[in-house]
Design a protein around this ligand. Structure first.
Ligand code: HEM
Length: 192
C-alpha cells in the first residue's frame, strides 16, 4: 500500500488523542491572550521541527518547500495579536530524526494540520469574546488551495520510500511526531 494511505490508519490513534487535547484547550479559550498561548505551543513545536526538517528536505525533494513553512505564519499571527513569541522547547520534547525519510514523516504531520486547521479556526472564533478577524492565517492554512497542496504533498511523499523498511521509518516518525506534540501540550497545560 502507498505510504500516505498507510499513514492515516497508522497514526489515527495519536491524531485523535492530540485532537482531544487541543479541543480541551480551545474550550478554555476566552480572549486573545488565551489564543496567543495556543499559538505559542504550535510555534514552539512546529518551529523547532521545521528547523530540523530543513536539514533534510529542500526544494530538490519538495519544490514548494518554502511556501509550506509555518513558523513565520505562526509568528505573524502572534505579533498581530500583540503577543511575543518565545522558543522554549528543548530537544527532549521533539521527535528524533536523522534522515530525509523521518523528516518526511514529521512533515506529513505538519502538512496534515492544514486539514484540521479550518475546523480549529472556527472553534476558536466562536470562543473569543474579543474576536476581530485578525490572527488566523496559520489555522486558515492554504485557504481554498488546501486540498490541492495536500494532494501535491502526498504525491511527493509517496515517492520517498523504496521498500517496506523505509516506509516503516516514515510511519514511525509521523506517529512519534503526533505523540510528542500531545506530550508537549500536556506539559504546557500543566504549567498553568
Ligand atoms: C482540534 C484539532 C483537530 C481537528 C478537529 C482535526 C481534524 C482533522 C480532519 C477533519 C482531518 C481529515 C480531513 C480529510 O480527510 O479531508 C484531519 C486530517 C489530518 N490531521 Fe487533523 N485535526 C486536528 C488537529 C491536528 C493537528 C494539531 C495535527 C498535526 C499536528 C493534525 C494532523 C492531521 C493529519 C496529518 C491529517 C491527515 C490524515 C490523512 O488523511 O492522512 N491534525 N484532521
Amino acid at each position: 500500500m502507498v505510504t500516505s494511505e498507510k499513514l492515516k490508519s497508522y497514526t489515527r490513534s495519536n491524531h485523535q488523542e492530540l485532537e482531544k487535547k487541543i479541543i480541551g484547550k480551545i474550550r478554555n479559550i476566552q480572549n486573545k491572550s488565551d489564543y496567543i498561548e495556543l499559538l505559542q505551543w504550535f510555534y514552539n513545536y512546529f518551529g523547532a521541527i521545521e528547523a530540523k526538517i530543513n536539514s533534510y528536505i529542500d526544494a530538490r525533494e519538495l519544490e514548494d518547500h518554502l511556501q509550506r513553512r509555518k513558523t513565520s505564519t505562526l509568528l505573524s499571527d502572534i505579533t498581530t495579536l500583540g503577543g511575543t513569541a518565545n522558543q522554549t522547547i528543548g530537544a527532549e520534547d521533539l521527535p528524533e530524526f536523522n534522515n530525509h525519510l523521518q523528516a518526511f514523516g514529521a512533515l506529513y504531520v505538519l502538512e496534515g494540520s492544514t486539514l484540521g486547521g479550518p475546523h480549529i479556526s472556527k472553534m476558536i472564533q466562536k470562543q473569543l469574546k474579543d474576536y476581530d478577524g485578525h490572527g488566523f492565517s496559520f489555522f486558515n492554512s492554504y485557504g481554498d488551495q488546501t486540498d490541492m497542496m495536500w494532494n501535491k504533498f502526498k504525491a511527493v511523499l509517496d515517492t520517498q520510500a523504496e521498500n517496506e523498511t523505509e516506509q516503516e521509518e516514515i510511519l514511525q516518525s509521523a506517529d512519534e511526531t503526533f505523540l510528542k506534540f500531545k506530550t508537549w501540550i500536556e506539559k504546557q497545560a500543566n504549567l498553568n
